[in-house]
Design a protein around this ligand. Structure first.
Ligand SMILES: Nc1ncnc2c1ncn2[C@@H]1O[C@H](COP(=O)(O)OP(=O)(O)OP(=O)(O)O)[C@@H](O)[C@H]1O
Length: 297
């Protein structure tokens, strides 16, 4: 197994603000990672350090086994797509595509043109005249057609409608199956992308609070609902993320896998289970960690 990115104790401070706080993780080759977290959590700062657009304050960072800063061997292998990408005023869609073609060694020009048709992009139109969603589509076309060994999408779809977003997910999955590479996807639309993700990193207040295989994460929590007395009796001694009650009924969100015995016991008590979506789980966990901090301070 090859590590594409190795981060140890990575920290970035802006004066008094510690945007990234002693974060350590590895990114393996040929996997799709979700880098998730609330606004201001530190995701973009981490991606900027990996792609050498910002210096770390301290800590170790290796990308493709080397220091990334001003290292063309590393940077040639990275494509970074962000929502707020700026282009020269005179650029048309076709100019962006031609520049990208010259930048990325694995660029597939035929595929790029197929994607331009899929996303209905007008090749000759100036970038500054594109709609918000069309501008996002340009980034997505470049990100996919670059076939860069490390492709980073930082909230790539501002303004993209649901049809175009699904097109992006489908094309990414299809192309990744044929040309495996490492993808880091940062987004707030967690449930939409959860089927794509193989591994999840969650950042909260600059700290890494989750580094987990997506399948393991999917089985990590469930909700149990029924009569409040039965719910309370069943959840006693278990790790409870949340409990809500309406009248005599209650729903509890439980962390941790349940055994067959637990399930049988719950069914005998008339309780019902439902899965917790990745988004719900992450919302619960980041809320809990913020509550935790609040009580410490
Ligand atoms: N140039 C800067 N100067 C000062 N503080 C900064 C700077 N860039 C980022 N920050 C701060 O660092 C923290 C992390 O920001 P970052 O952009 O990495 O968050 P994010 O997780 O990408 O957020 P979002 O999901 O909203 O894009 C925030 O508190 C932000 O205000």
């Amino acid at each position: 197994m090859t590590n594409i990115v190795e981060v140890k104790g990575l920290t970035k401070s802006y004066g008094q603000v510690t945007a990234v706080d002693h974060v350590s993780f590895t990114i393996e080759a040929n996997k799709i990672y979700g880098l998730l977290g609330r606004n201001g959590a530190g995701k973009t700062t981490i991606m900027h350090m990996i792609s050498s657009q910002q210096f770390a304050t301290s800590g170790e960072l290796k990308v493709f086994g080397e220091e990334p800063y001003e290292n063309s061997r590393v940077l040639n292998q990275i494509c970074f797509i962000k929502e707020s990408q700026k282009y020269p005023d005179s650029f048309r869609v076709i100019d962006v595509i031609e520049v990208a073609r010259s930048l990325f060694p694995n660029w597939d020009h035929t595929y790029a043109h197929a994607l331009i048709e899929d996303f209905r992009l007008p090749l000759k139109r100036k970038i500054k005249k594109l709609s918000r969603g069309m501008l996002s589509s340009v980034g997505i076309v470049v990100g996919l057609a670059s076939r860069a060994p490390l492709t980073i999408f930082d909230e790539p779809y501002l303004g993209l409608d649901a049809v175009a977003r699904i097109l992006f997910y489908d094309r990414l999955l299809e192309d990744y199956a044929e040309f495996p590479r490492t993808v880091i996807l940062s987004t707030h639309l967690i449930d939409e992308v959860s089927r794509l993700l193989e591994h999840v990193l969650v950042i909260d207040n600059g700290k890494l609070i989750m580094n987990e295989d997506a399948d393991a994460l999917r089985g990590r929590a469930c909700t149990v609902s029924g009569l409040a007395t039965a719910v309370d009796s069943f959840t006693r001694g278990k790790e409870l993320l949340e409990r809500t009650a309406i009248g005599a009924a209650a729903t509890a969100t439980l962390l941790g896998a349940l055994s067959d015995r637990d399930r049988k016991e719950a069914e005998a008590m008339g309780l019902e289970f439902a899965p917790v979506s990745m988004q719900q789980l992450i919302v619960h966990l980041t809320r809990t960690s913020i509550r935790g901090k609040g009580t410490e301070e």
